[in-house]
Design a protein around this ligand. Sequence first.
Ligand code: MN
Length: 227
Amino acid sequence: MENLVIEPSKITTIEIKDSAEKFPVRRVYCIGRNYADHVIEMGNDPKEDPIFFQKNPNNVDTSGEFPYPPESKDVHHELELVVALKSGGTKISEKDAYNHIYGFAVGLDMTRRDLQAIAKKGGKPWEVGKAFERSAPMGVISKIETTGNMDSGKISLKVNGETKQDGDLNQIIWKIPRMISHLSTFYDIAAGDIIMTGTPAGVGPVKKGDKLVGSIDGLQSLEVTVI
Ligand code: MN
C-alpha cells in the first residue's frame, strides 16, 4: 500500500439488481444530440453528428435525491439509458462492442441549461452546465444477460405523475456499438466506464419538491426527488 498524504476519496458505486455486489464507476461518458426529436427541440440540425462530453465519476448519485444546484435558475431533466462496461480497450469494432457491456441502468443527465446556453453562445466548454455535484442520478444496473441488447423499448419520464419525456430506444441515432467503437478510438475505455446514451425530446425544468420517475422497458425505474 502506498503512503498517501491525504485520505483518498471513495470510489463511486452503483447497485446491481439481485446482487450484493456493486459496480465501481471509472469514467462517465455522455453523448449529446442522439435522438432527432431532441436535437430539433434544442434548435440543432439532426444531420450533424452527435457530440461527446464527460461528467465526473463522483457526479453519479444513487441516493434518490437531487439537490437543486447553485448558480442556475433553469435546471433540466434529461432521461437516458446508461451502458455500464465490464471491459474496454482501444479501437473496439462495432461487432465486438456488446462483448464489453456489463449491463444497463436508467440515469438522468441533469443539466444547468442556462449555464450551458451561455457556454454554447460563447463557444466555451459545457462543463459548468453538465458536470456538477450529483448531476447524474442513477438507478440500479441490470446485467445484460437479463436485459438483452436494449436496442428498442419505451423510455419515458414522469414529473409529478405527468409524462414529460416519451420515446423509444430505437430512435437513437448513433447506436450503442457505434458509441463504444467511437469512444474507443479517442480514449482508452475500460471496465467501470459508463456511457449516458442521450435523451429523447421533452426535456424541461425541474423545481424543488418535484418527483421524477424515469422508466425504460426491462430496467428498474429510477425515482428521484428534487430537494
Ligand atoms: Mn444528455
